[in-house]
Design a protein around this ligand. Structure first.
Ligand code: ACO
Ligand code: ZN
Length: 281
């Protein structure tokens, strides 16, 4: 389906059951035609297979042996874990995840070509298993230096800092690759808010600590945030002046403090020493 067609489609699935949550959906998602008559779908929270009836799900749960997303656990800190799922090795899981995510993503084209993507699935783990909180996808090879294609925090988990955690994680992967990155466009309103918040806090933290001049290129190299995004963020904070054909950062300490107060806290931090990962080859 092309993006335009998706916009004009009527939302059919109104609610989903996933783990202990019943979640109201936001947008149309192109599930296979045999699901056209459903208003509710029942997901296995581990393999993400979906079913029309509760009894089918209950039967499935008795024999499904997954207790976490398929793939490698690349990060664990307390009860928080991140799994890397290769769309080529776990095609059905990748497709199920895309169907599920599209219910909450308006403007994105759904990729059936999950082979080309890695999925980073964030989970809260307890003695019953690892429960998906959200995820982001990433192209294995991006010409446009995209380090994130789609990002989602499931509605029951939103506004708790997981989105910023996922964004921060995507930049930690870019740092390990020795590259700068940027999210695929367009961004949703909530996506833009989250990114603006993340960029603002990371850049202000550095400017606050740094003594002396610093360039946009240096900030970009330190953070893996693409130079254009560094510039647009600093411009929106009115920390950029244009002198003799060049953008110059003017970081007045009082202005920085005012912005930092407004930017709020970082939320869930990543302990980079707990990230065990090598870039995709
Ligand atoms: N109203 C106002 N501001 C909000 C809201 C909201 N409902 N939700 C998030 N924000 C802003 C806030 O500024 C917040 O920072 P604050 O809490 O310090 O004020 C910031 O976003 C990030 O909040 P988090 O709790 O870290 O983010 P969350 O876990 O809610 O996830 C996300 C953010 C992923 C964008 C989520 O809203 C979501 O999944 N939305 C639906 C899918 C989507 O739009 N994804 C982005 C598409 S663009 C792309 O994929 C490249
Ligand atoms: Zn299952």
């Amino acid at each position: 389906l092309r993006e335009h067609e998706e916009f004009t489609k009527v939302k059919n699935i109104a609610t989903i059951e996933l783990g202990k949550y019943e979640i109201e959906t936001w947008y149309f998602s192109p599930f296979p035609p045999e699901y056209n008559d459903c208003t509710k779908l029942f997901f296995c929270e581990f393999c993400l297979n979906f079913m029309k009836r509760k009894e089918q799900l209950q039967r499935h749960m008795r024999k499904c042996d997954l207790k976490h997303p398929p793939g490698d656990e690349i990060y664990r800190n307390g009860s928080l874990s991140m799994f890397e799922v290769d769309g080529k090795k776990n095609k059905v899981y990748g497709q199920n995840l895309c169907y599920l995510a599209k219910l909450f993503l308006d403007h994105k084209t759904l990729y059936y070509d999950v082979d080309l993507f890695l999925f980073y699935v964030l989970c809260e783990c307890d003695d019953r298993g690892c429960h998906m909180v959200g995820y982001f996808s990433k192209e294995k090879h991006s010409e446009e230096s995209y380090n994130l294609a789609c990002i989602l925090t499931l509605p029951p988990y939103q506004r708790k800092g997981y989105g910023k955690f996922l964004i921060a994680f995507s930049y930690e992967l870019s740092k390990k690759e020795g590259k700068v990155g940027t999210p695929e466009r367009p961004l949703s309103d909530l996506g833009l808010l989250s990114y603006r918040g993340y960029w603002t806090r990371v850049l202000l933290d550095i400017l606050k600590k740094h003594k002396g001049n610093i360039s946009i290129k240096e900030l970009s190299d330190m953070t893996a945030i693409k130079a254009e995004d560094v510039l647009s963020t600093l411009q929106s904070l009115e920390l950029i002046q244009y002198r003799k054909g060049q953008h110059v950062i003017c970081a007045d300490p009082k202005v920085l403090d005012r912005h930092l107060k407004a930017a709020g806290c970082g939320g869930l931090d990543i302990d980079v020493s707990k990230l065990i990962w090598t870039p995709y080859k």
